[in-house]
Design a protein around this ligand. Sequence first.
Ligand SMILES: Nc1ncnc2c1ncn2[C@@H]1O[C@H](COP(=O)(O)OP(=O)(O)O)[C@@H](O)[C@H]1O
Ligand SMILES: [Mg+2]
Length: 207
Amino acid sequence: MIVLRIEHLTFGYSKDRLIFKDFNLEVRQGEVVSIVGPSGVGKSTLFELTGGFLKPISGSIWVDRFSSVFQDPYTSFHPSYKILDQIAEVCQIEGIEEIARQMDIDSDLLQKLPHKLSGGQLQRCSILRAIMMRPKLLLADEPTSALDNVTSLKVMKLLLSYLDRVGILLITHDMDLAKWCSDRIIKLGTEPVALSPTPFASDLEVL
Ligand SMILES: Nc1ncnc2c1ncn2[C@@H]1O[C@H](COP(=O)(O)OP(=O)(O)O)[C@@H](O)[C@H]1O
Ligand SMILES: [Mg+2]
């Protein structure tokens, strides 16, 4: 089952400088597709187009029920409401404590306002919210940018285990992360190039 289909996408912030020209991409249920490439190439732009936050110049984007993890953890939550209330606003929170515990998020953190948390804690809360929404597609733009390597790997493992049957569009500049978790890697450059599939390294252990 396809959970994301992008066809003939053309987009640029100005018409004389296109970032995407006739770009196509499909993501299936259970598939992890990573978008990699250097800074400024258009990764976040693709995330915003897919999430419907930007409109294409032409082409179509069809997406199943999705949840998002944004690149900047500080703008991921409204500053005036407690984290748990914001999560409860968008999904069922039954069982949240257990998943939070596995992500090293104390339940008292969930009762706090966003500015009381560190960037890393907020990013994990943002991932927690995305998991709790039980999407068909997870859109994640540099979801572990505020986490150290060990925590990042642990959180990604959890994400992949909870969202086993879900499609994931992972935007990252971290090729090692992409190689570790992806079924397919798309490298954005002047011409988008699909790299060969890499096996899921399920034997990689988190220390
Ligand atoms: N809101 C915007 N208005 C105009 N140009 C933008 C805007 N956002 C990003 N850009 C430009 O579009 C290009 C792609 O940016 P972005 O998608 O953020 O790249 P990446 O996420 O790969 O680092 C960059 O040249 C960037 O400067
Ligand atoms: Mg970006």
